[in-house]
Design a protein around this ligand. Structure first.
Ligand code: HEM
Ligand code: SF4
Ligand code: SF4
Length: 371
């Protein structure tokens, strides 16, 4: 599905589209892609990889374009760029061989989830200090009676190390592909622009018109941006919660589970609820969306990413509610199974959009600074 020949055809198609757009310029105010392409006369692979990651997939240019299907020019930039983005994820993946997982994300994610949950149940049965996994535990440290703290910490530290290495190598491959130097990243003004654009997702605002994007059809809406905010800020809150829990455990000598009014639980629960709301909203938009500017090949990857994010949070919230009863050990195994699967697949799932979109915004910040 994602082989070299297909990639070459997509690059050729994207290059043709960009040359037509450079002559037309009708979409110049829609998003950063169009002002950026005026700097190029020809479009090589590195440039197109950058542009496809700069595209926010708002579909504005598809609905504005007089050359979109059924016109014979058949310009469908959101679809072409979506597929090129995945080609770029495969190219930058580390180790390279695991890049192949992107092509079968739906199946791979399902298999990894099933294996991780099975593994956690085996570990839970092995380490569990009671006879049965259906045992109610009281008080502090109850989670670690099912899976010991040392086992949880060692496994997470190893996976985290792998994710960090894969992310650094991937980002470096993306950043240097068109000749940019890593040392340029010390320019704080680039970070200021890029982080502002990430925090507000301003490139989903529909450019100068500010009416939002055409996610479902030719009507303008801000809904995708708001659902994405719910997911992204929810994710940040859950990261804060995990960090606080580690501080409580290591520096304050306090063991999980924490009280309902503690900062760990408040930030974790709020983050989880926000992520579930965001995932439901993004799924609704995807189901209702006009299929033509969407790549059907990528739906497996998109849905599996949204599903695993939602399931990590739903099982986490269920664990919070039932943590004092007999279902706690099984719910803990299921929740940790989803978390393990999420982190294992992280560098080979749609999660990497964060890395390369941030990189593309940093590159675009250079253009903004110099013009
Ligand atoms: C640098 C930070 C980020 C940027 C610039 C960014 C940007 C985007 C954009 C533009 C899209 C829509 C285009 C597409 O379908 O590819 C998207 C999709 C998505 N993002 Fe992010 N994102 C960031 C971080 C995150 C984080 C931290 C999460 C949560 C863990 C997240 C979750 C999602 C989800 C679930 C979708 C899928 C929506 C769909 O397929 O309809 N993003 N992101
Ligand atoms: S997408 Fe169509 S309307 Fe927009 S600049 Fe390109 S050719 Fe012109
Ligand atoms: S889909 Fe939206 S973000 Fe992507 S190139 Fe078209 S207008 Fe720009």
């Amino acid at each position: 599905m994602f082989n070299k020949e297909d990639n070459l055809l997509r690059l050729k198609d994207a290059s043709r589209a960009m040359e037509i757009c450079n002559a037309c310029r009708y979409c110049e105010t829609l998003c950063p892609v169009f002002p950026q392409i005026t700097q190029f006369r020809t479009f090589d692979e590195a440039t197109l990889n950058y542009l496809s990651n700069l595209c926010h997939n708002c579909k504005g240019c598809y609905h504005s374009c007089q050359y979109a299907p059924p016109h014979e020019f058949n310009l469908n930039i959101p679809k072409t760029f979506s597929e090129l983005r995945v080609d770029s994820y495969i190219k930058y993946a580390f180790p390279n061989i695991l890049g192949k997982l992107f092509a079968k994300n739906g199946t791979v994610v399902s298999i990894i989830i099933a294996l991780c949950i099975a593994l956690l149940f085996i570990a839970g049965s092995y380490f569990n200090s009671a006879d049965s996994l259906f045992t109610a535990y009281d008080g502090k440290g109850s989670f670690f009676k099912v899976i010991p703290y040392e086992v949880m910490t060692l496994v997470s530290a190893l996976i985290f190390l792998h994710v960090i290495i894969a992310f650094i190598v991937g980002f470096r491959r993306f950043w240097t592909e068109n000749g940019d130097k890593m040392s340029e990243l010390t320019d704080l003004s680039l970070w200021k622009y890029a982080m502002g654009a990430v925090a507000t997702l301003k490139h989903l605002d529909g450019g100068d018109n500010g009416h939002g994007c055409n996610h479902m059809d030719d009507r303008f809406t801000h809904s995708r941006k708001w659902y994405h905010h719910a997911v992204m800020y929810g994710f940040i809150l859950t990261l804060i919660s995990t960090t606080l829990a580690a501080i409580y455990h290591h520096f304050l000598g306090l063991q999980a589970p924490y009280d309902f009014d503690s900062l760990v639980v408040i930030t974790g629960a709020l983050g989880g609820i926000l992520m579930v709301i965001g995932c439901v909203g993004l799924t609704y938009i995807k189901i209702k969306a006009d299929p033509i500017p969407i790549s059907q090949k990528l739906l497996g990857m998109d849905y599996s990413f949204i599903a695993i994010l939602a399931l990590v949070n739903i099982t986490g919230l269920l664990l919070l509610v039932f943590r004092d009863g007999i279902y706690m050990p099984s719910l803990l195994c299921i929740h940790l199974g989803f978390v393990l699967a999420f982190f294992l697949i992280m560098p080979y799932s749609k999660f990497v959009h964060l890395l390369y979109r941030l990189g593309a915004l940093l590159k675009y910040a250079k253009y903004v600074k110099n013009n």
